[in-house]
Every structure is written in structure tokens, then in C-alpha cells.
Write a protein that binds this ligand. Structure first.
Ligand SMILES: Nc1ncnc2c1ncn2[C@@H]1O[C@H](COP(=O)(O)OP(=O)(O)OP(=O)(O)O)[C@@H](O)[C@H]1O
Length: 284
């Protein structure tokens, strides 16, 4: 688990976890967010967001409903262009602006809350789509890759490949969407509330999948989530967007923030349960 330095717990500024001089033990940085402001509907949601995404980590983005979590994710994948600040892909070669002429499309896999499998295509066709757009593979190779990623995502039944998305359960559709997001072997996977609408058992199995991806494949994951169980089970670090302050007020390991973070973060992380009851004690 990547260690977070003590500076990350500071609530003093938006420049959380992206100090100017990385130490020798800092993990490789994949993405750098600098001075980013988020706007929607003509108002500013968040300002001065600065943080890094590190190789192989699970970074959870949390905060009250409407604070701008999904908006931040859309900025990070280049779907929305910032008025202020920048998002840069810094791994492997020259830094590339996520909103520039050569965005890191192959490097970032995305699965959004709405699932977004095309209903007019089979599951297999959905998963093969990024390969058709961005990879130089023939049909047989595309199918082989797609079947492999479906199995990796926990859908090993060969019949799933030819199934209609509507015939799958909600949990299976989420897995298929994750298989599609993984099909180009991206070093970073961005997921918007993958557990939304799932029962607790299905949600826990999805957490297991994320942990497998992290440990066995080495995929870094940025995860927007409301689910505390999921957060404590899978996240190495948590970025807290404070809806009242209008900026990020904490970045660090969830258990540390629960015990020693700013008051709003501690309240968010202990809502409805005694602090000692969190499973993070066993998993951290
Ligand atoms: N395209 C848009 N036009 C106008 N307002 C928008 C737009 N997109 C988002 N908003 C507003 O911006 C705010 C932040 O939205 P966002 O979805 O990023 O929040 P969130 O933290 O992900 O919320 P939730 O936890 O409820 O999903 C909300 O008040 C939302 O209504």
C-alpha cells in the first residue's frame, strides 16, 4: 500500500499530496491534477484542487452529494474542460494534457455510474468496441481479448459474450462495463459509483474484483463512492471534497482520516457506526 505522507492530512490548502519535491519512496505518478476548479450550471463547485494519482493505488473521491465528485472525474478523463487548472498524464514519456491534442485515451479506462453498455450490441461487441477504435487487432484477436477481460472481470461463462446487456443482472452489467474499461490494459481505471444500486453481497464481490485488479494486474483505480464499507475495503487514499469549504480538505488513508482527519471528514467516515467497527482495522 502506498504510504501517504503527513502533509496529506492537512486541511489547510487544496494542494494535497502534490508537494514540489517527491521523496525517493513516492510511487510513480500517473496523473497530476493542478489548481483545478470545477464548475456546473454557472457556479463554482470546487476550487484549487491539486493532487496526484499514483501507479497501483486505489484513490477514492468522497464528499456529500452534489459536491462535484462526478464532475471531477469527468475533468480527469478529459470529458469536461476546466476553466482553471490542468490535468496532466505524466507517466511514460512527455507529459500530456488530458484536454490537449494527444489525450491519454488508451491509458485511462472508464466505467460510469449509468453502466453505459450499448443495448443494441451484445456484451462481447460492447467489450470489443475500444479495441476496434484504438487497437490494431483482427476480429479473432479482439474476441480473444474481450473474452479474457470478461473472465478477468468475473464473467467467465462463454455464453455471456453473445448475451444482450439487458439479459444480465445489474452486478453482471457492472462487471461487463469494467471488462470493457480494462480491454486496452490501461494503467488507470476510473469508476463512478460502481456499487450504486447493488445489494451488499454483490457490492462486496465487486470490491473483491477491484482488489484483484489492484493486486494481480497492478491497475490504479480512481473511485467515486458513497459506500463506506467499500471505501474502507479497497481505498489506499481518500480525497475529500468539502461541499461547504468548496475545496478538498483532506487526502490520506481512510482509517487515518477517520481517526485524525478534519471534523467534517471524521463525521463523514463515522456516520451511523462506531469508529472502531470499521473493517479497515483488519484490511489496512
Ligand atoms: N451539466 C450540468 N449542468 C448543470 N448543473 C450540473 C451539471 N452537471 C452537474 N451539475 C450540478 O453540479 C453539482 C455537482 O454534480 P456532481 O454530479 O459532480 O456531484 P456529485 O458529488 O457526484 O453528486 P452525487 O454524489 O449526488 O452523485 C450538482 O448540484 C449537479 O446538479
Amino acid at each position: 500500500m502506498p504510504a501517504a505522507s503527513s502533509r496529506e492530512h492537512s486541511a489547510s490548502a487544496g494542494r494535497l499530496g502534490s508537494g514540489p519535491a517527491p521523496g525517493p519512496h513516492d510511487a510513480e505518478v500517473l496523473m497530476r491534477v493542478q489548481g483545478l476548479s470545477l464548475h456546473a450550471g454557472g457556479r463554482e463547485l470546487q476550487r484549487d484542487l491539486s493532487f496526484d494519482v499514483r501507479a497501483g493505488e486505489v484513490l477514492a473521491i468522497c464528499g456529500a452529494s452534489g459536491c462535484g465528485k462526478s464532475t471531477l472525474l469527468r475533468h480527469m478523463i478529459g470529458l469536461q474542460t476546466p476553466q482553471t487548472g490542468r490535468v496532466t498524464w505524466v507517466a511514460g514519456g512527455e507529459p500530456r494534457d488530458v484536454h490537449g491534442d494527444d489525450p491519454p485515451r488508451r491509458e485511462i479506462g472508464v466505467a460510469f455510474q449509468a453502466g453505459a453498455l450499448w443495448s443494441s450490441m451484445t456484451v462481447g461487441e460492447n467489450v470489443m468496441l475500444p479495441l476496434e477504435l484504438y487497437a490494431d487487432l483482427d476480429e479473432a484477436q479482439r474476441e480473444q481479448q474481450a473474452r479474457f477481460k470478461l473472465a478477468l472481470a468475473g464473467l467467465p461463462d462463454p455464453a455471456t459474450f453473445d448475451a444482450e446487456p439487458a439479459s444480465l443482472s445489474g452486478g453482471m452489467r457492472k462487471r461487463a462495463a469494467i471488462a470493457r474499461a480494462l480491454v486496452l490494459d490501461p494503467p488507470l481505471l476510473c469508476l463512478d459509483e460502481p456499487s450504486a444500486g447493488l445489494d451488499p453481497l454483490t457490492s462486496a464481490r465487486l470490491d473483491d474484483l477491484l482488489l484483484r485488479l489492484k493486486h494481480e494486474v497492478g491497475t490504479a483505480i480512481v473511485l467515486v463512492t458513497h459506500e463506506l464499507d467499500s471505501l474502507f475495503a479497497v481505498a489506499d487514499r481518500l480525497l475529500f471534497l468539502d461541499v461547504d469549504a468548496g475545496t478538498a480538505t483532506a487526502l490520506g488513508p481512510p482509517a487515518e482520516l477517520r481517526d485524525h482527519g478534519p471534523a467534517a471528514v471524521r463525521e463523514f467516515l463515522t456516520r451511523g457506526r462506531p469508529p472502531a467497527a470499521h473493517p479497515s482495522e483488519e484490511t489496512a
